[in-house]
Design a protein around this ligand. Structure first.
Ligand SMILES: [Mn+2]
Length: 269
């Protein structure tokens, strides 16, 4: 029944507006954690069409807005993704959250960097020099090229192909982190949760919330950890006989992965 505490919680790629967005689960996750900082690491929205947002999607947005109330003392950070591009300015007014291209912070003497990751999937970043060049170039390119943005969206829809970009994004992120003297770097974008370490820099990918397996990252004094979302047993009233969890989640496409043991587990150690 204890509510877990962490310093920072990071999630990405909710794709609100998409039929398969697991907004309700994401809301539960946030309600069942104490944290000091929330990082929304890009592609929180699917596209500009707000008419596609469902009740659960608005509920989550409204909760995020509440969290960002200064009285709560929680820092809510939105890092722009390729799907969020252009939306972010509107959302910063609507939801009242500051939007960043990348976000850098210190925690316990460790420099952390969060960037969505789409910036790295078209650069050769297999060495540090190219990595730094790519790093410098991406901010510029983002401002310049609208056509490229459209192309990126097209690629984004091919979700299964997308996963192939995983190693590329990881390599780009690691090089980018080294160029910015960060010891930990976080990306989303690939929809595939993963972690690796290279030359003293740790890379984490947050995964996504549009598949059977939804993942998020927590950071506390023990480090950063990837978790798979699982429904908690205390989501149900104590003493009440637990109903069929399948019935409750059946409306969620690909929800089969939810029905594991009702505990949060670090699955990628
Ligand atoms: Mn993306």
């Amino acid at each position: 029944m204890t509510i877990p505490y962490c310093d920072t919680i990071i999630l990405s790629d909710l794709h609100l507006g998409s039929e398969v967005s697991r907004a309700r689960d994401a809301l539960r996750l946030l309600e069942h954690h104490y944290f000091e900082r929330l990082i929304l690491l890009g592609d929180i929205f699917c596209d500009l069409n707000f008419a596609r947002l469902k009740k659960d999607h608005w509920r989550l947005l409204s909760y995020i807005r509440k969290l960002s109330n200064p009285k709560r003392g929680i820092e809510v950070v939105w890092v722009e993704g390729n799907h969020d591009h252009g939306l972010s300015l509107i959302m910063s007014h609507l939801v009242g959250i500051k939007v960043y291209q990348q976000y850098v912070w210190e925690y316990r003497g460790v420099r952390h960097l969060a960037v969505h990751g789409h910036q790295f999937d078209r650069f050769l970043t297999d060495n540090a020099l190219l990595g730094s060049l790519a790093s410098a170039a991406f901010l510029l390119l983002q401002k310049l090229d609208f056509r490229r943005q459209r192309f990126t969206k097209l690629i984004d829809r091919l979700d299964t192909r997308w996963r192939r970009h995983s190693p590329k994004v990881a390599a780009g992120a690691l090089a980018h982190a080294r160029a910015h003297n960060a010891q930990r770097v976080f990306c989303g974008h690939t929809h595939q949760a993963m972690q690796l370490a290279e030359d003293g820099v740790e890379y984490f990918n947050t995964g996504c919330w549009i598949q059977a397996t939804a993942t998020y990252i927590t950071i506390d004094e023990e480090g950063a950890q990837i978790h798979e979302y699982a429904e908690r047993s205390d989501d149900h009233y104590p003493g009440e006989e637990r109903g069929d969890p399948a019935a409750e989640v059946a409306e969620l496409p690909g929800a089969a992965g939810l029905l594991g043991d009702a505990e949060y587990e670090g699955v990628y150690s």
